[in-house]
Design a protein around this ligand. Sequence first.
Ligand code: F6R
Length: 608
Amino acid sequence: MCGIVGIIGTQEVAPRLIDGLRRLEYRGYDSAGIATLDGGVIARRRAKGKIVDLDARVREEPIGGATGIGHTRWATHGVPNEANAHPHANDRVAVVHNGIIENFQSLRDELLAQGHVFASDTDTEVVVHLISQIIGEGVDPIEATRRALSRLEGAFALGILLLDRPDVLIAARQGSPLAIGHGDGEMYLGSDALALAPMTRRITYLEDGDWAVLTTLGAMVRDLSGATVERPEHLTNLSGAMIGKGGHRHFMAKEIFEQPQVIGDTLNAMFNPTERTITLPPLPFDPAAVPRITMIACGTASLAGMVGKYWLEQHAGIPVDWDLASEFRYRAPVMTEGGLAVFISQSGETADTLAALRYCKQKGQHCLAIVNSPESTIAREAHAVLPTLAGPEIGVASTKAFTTQLVVLACLTIALARARGTMDRATEARLSGALTEVPSRAAEVLNHDERIREIAQETFTPARDVLYLGRGTSYPLALEGALKLKEISYIHAEGYAAGEMKHGPIALIDETVPVVVIAPSDELFEKTASNVQEVVARGGKAVVFSDAAGVERLKHLALEAIALPAVDPFVAPILYAIPVQQLAYHTAVDKGTDVDQPRNLAKAVTVE
Ligand code: F6R
């Protein structure tokens, strides 16, 4: 949600700020801007729209300066226009901000009464005027900034330029992630390490309540009392090369096609090929001894958690609660003593998931995070981490993060089932063997890309509404298919448990509504097949994803039936996720929407 980049150095920064913003654009993309200290003034360029628009603006009217800040915005307060674009500035102070300043209204009223004139509708602008007000009272600019920060409530990451102190760049973090990058005679600021990847791999993550004064030579990090604190420097594995499109038209396509590889990478970290067993990394608690598990996440990650619930209950016999983080955190949920809470998040920064994690820690739960960003806040605050090794996911719609989350949850299921004595060695060998086949089976699924593109074009692009149906572990996939289609193609789509269809949604079915049926040959197949009959009897157009046996059984009914490789039903959700992603992708491409940066969305949802 919004991206921040900052550089304090000795060479022109404007082009590099824009370059950094390009890598952060997936975090928000309704407007962007940069500000620099340019020969004794704060220079600023902003533009509504994407980074290309900002780039054009800066080319038209360049700005110089070796210290600057930049921002790409996902609007919270104020519509996306140039006046509301960051940096916000007056002639003394410029600020970029990620998050929400909750007490902005009272601060704004106070500053208006003191004669400050506001140029935007944003919450951020109060920070500019508050710092200026305190400087105007004769306080040293850095101390004025500290005092201003101590008055802010809410979640924020800030980058601040002070005209009176051109030798510093100030960073502050309260609830929204912020990283400092260490260069050679230069220092950087970024809302994630990805933004800084081409400039440095040496990263220091700020903690909540930290603020830092950066100079060209280093950073001094303090807490709000002003006391110096030590934060370690990490070497990230990210490199600039990891964030190209690799010859694909969109990041999403590249990420869909990377799945055989990253599913394999994630599995290999836990699979022992000689013994055909799964071994989890050492955990600071005994996961097999827990009385209850709670799965908590948002969006696509929550749907991976729902599959995990089905698996863990069936194979490990553990009661599993499943919750959306945004509901969980405000529901005062009752937690079983010594329970395990599992948090699933690609970014590791999702505000609601993080708040739920903090609640569970307070309630004495063992907290396990399944994250794709090992240095993220959720990863750092959880008691233990099981990483997904998906690599950076840039397309806003989650694809490879989802399937690697499923792989981790499948491994967790097998490990817990073995430890609890609910799974014998032969079953473990069979299921882990089935898991090891997924990368090659996933590659086979990708061969259907052209056929799925045709189906998307013929049947889905013209549709106004689409239904997705599935049972058992295919039910979360139906929800995921519908979520994927609506977020990138803007077609209204609903996912339903196939057995629920008769309880309402069947009323929607007519010849204009395609119905995607996810039906691997498992013990529920016949029941789903009956639902296909019901759809077709009402004129619905069924598009079936099954295996050869299932397709044989349903092809006389379905408008389209795609035969995926036959696999053990345990691993089917991992495989069947792929064609629903492809279907959404091709529909969106055909409709001409912005696949990687769909409207109104952002990659890391760091506000609640
Ligand atoms: C959908 C999507 C979102 C995310 C959700 C959680 O394609 O990407 O629904 O899954 O915002 O994000 P993370 O996993 O970063 O916590």
